[in-house]
Design a protein. Structure first.
Length: 356
């Protein structure tokens, strides 16, 4: 018996945080807005499409965004509201399939291969999902439909906002041929530049090479690109993800160069919050490692980790010293601490010690 052709939908909400703000506050609907902070070190979470016409983008410093768009309205985010709306969106998804892989609050993969609604048409299912989201939540979503997971994600970005794009099974090969490699999830600007320098820009360029030479030149990336560009991506929709780490980080209003000041901030602010965040995981999981993250004033960053099974201030201090040494005296813009989560549960005694 033949396995049915997979039908994957990637749903991506349009400018999610900003759209929720425009829905809840009508005065924002016809002006450029962004969600984030107004401080000199603040970074935007997202912005509406009107702001994007001025060149404003997510992860852009607020100061830069204000230069590009002087009339930009920056509003504080309301994470609890976004989480509540996301839960409602997830409930809508569940009416069509139970095979759902959330990627974030505003996007998810859905496997609708077994859905019998609309005679099994993934295109019509996606249209109905988007219409239902708009009817019940007054928000728009875009969707990509394809038999291959990563292609569905690429497709969802092609008719934004409030649209969808379908790649049928017989269109997969031709779509990949003309697909810029930069569209593949995980291929960033630096990687794409390396590929271009090697004469590789489109899917058809990867197809023209053999797998061995790609792996020899690009390692695991080469293998991944070869399979993806040959339409071989049978990764399952992951309905449950195992969290591998918990972390806390802060960007400072002013760069800090003094190691004693950084160590004090880490001890008094970051580690206590990390313990609080980690508490719910440590009843069933154990700590596998401790780590710190340092971003310097020139935006270069480094991470240091050490395998250990409980919170230890001395180890965090040592990691901080080693991380700062890599900056050769540069001031610090951001400092973070994290723990890795192991598979096994700690003993009761370990748990009490960890949280003391």
């Amino acid at each position: 018996m033949m396995t049915p052709q997979r039908k994957i939908i990637h749903v991506d909400m349009d400018a999610f945080y900003a759209s929720v703000e425009m829905r809840d506050f009508p005065e924002y609907r016809d002006i450029p807005i962004a969600v984030g902070g107004n401080g000199p070190r603040s970074v935007l979470c997202t912005c509406n499409y009107l702001a994007r016409e001025y060149g404003v983008r997510s992860a852009m410093p607020a100061s830069r965004a204000k230069v590009l768009c002087p009339n930009l309205k920056i509003v504080r985010g309301r994470m609890s509201v976004y989480q509540e709306v996301s839960a409602k969106i997830r409930e809508i998804f569940s009416r069509y399939t139970k095979i759902i892989e959330p990627l974030s609050l505003d996007e998810a993969y859905l496997d609708v291969t077994g859905c019998l609604l609309f005679n099994g048409s993934a295109t019509l299912i996606a249209e109905d999902i988007r219409a239902t989201i708009f009817k019940e939540l007054q928000l728009t979503a875009s969707a990509g439909i394809a038999p291959i997971k990563y292609l569905a994600k690429i497709a969802s970005d092609l008719n934004k906002p409030d649209g969808q794009y379908v790649i049928t099974p017989n269109q997969v090969s031709s779509f990949i041929d003309s697909m810029p490699l930069s569209k593949i999830p995980g291929v960033g600007k630096v990687t794409y530049k390396k590929l271009q320098d090697s004469g590789l820009a489109f899917g058809r360029d990867i197809k023209a090479l053999d797998e061995v030479s790609l792996i020899r030149q690009f390692g695991k990336l080469g293998r991944s690109l070869w399979y993806k560009c040959h339409g071989d991506d049978n990764r399952a929709i992951v309905t449950q993800r195992i969290r591998k780490s918990v972390g806390v980080e802060r960007t400072f209003a002013d760069d800090i160069a003094n190691i004693e000041e950084l160590a004090a901030y880490m001890k008094q602010q970051l580690i206590p919050e990390l313990k609080l965040r980690a508490k719910k995981y440590l009843s069933t999981r154990e700590i596998s490692k401790l780590g710190i993250k340092v971003k310097f004033k020139d935006f270069h960053q480094t991470t240091k980790e050490f395998k250990y099974h409980q919170f230890d201030e001395g180890i965090f201090n040592t990691l901080l010293e080693e991380g700062l040494a890599r900056g050769e005296g540069k001031a610090v813009r951001l400092l973070g601490v994290h723990i890795g989560l192991g598979e096994s549960a700690p003993t009761h005694q370990q748990f009490e010690f960890i949280l003391e």
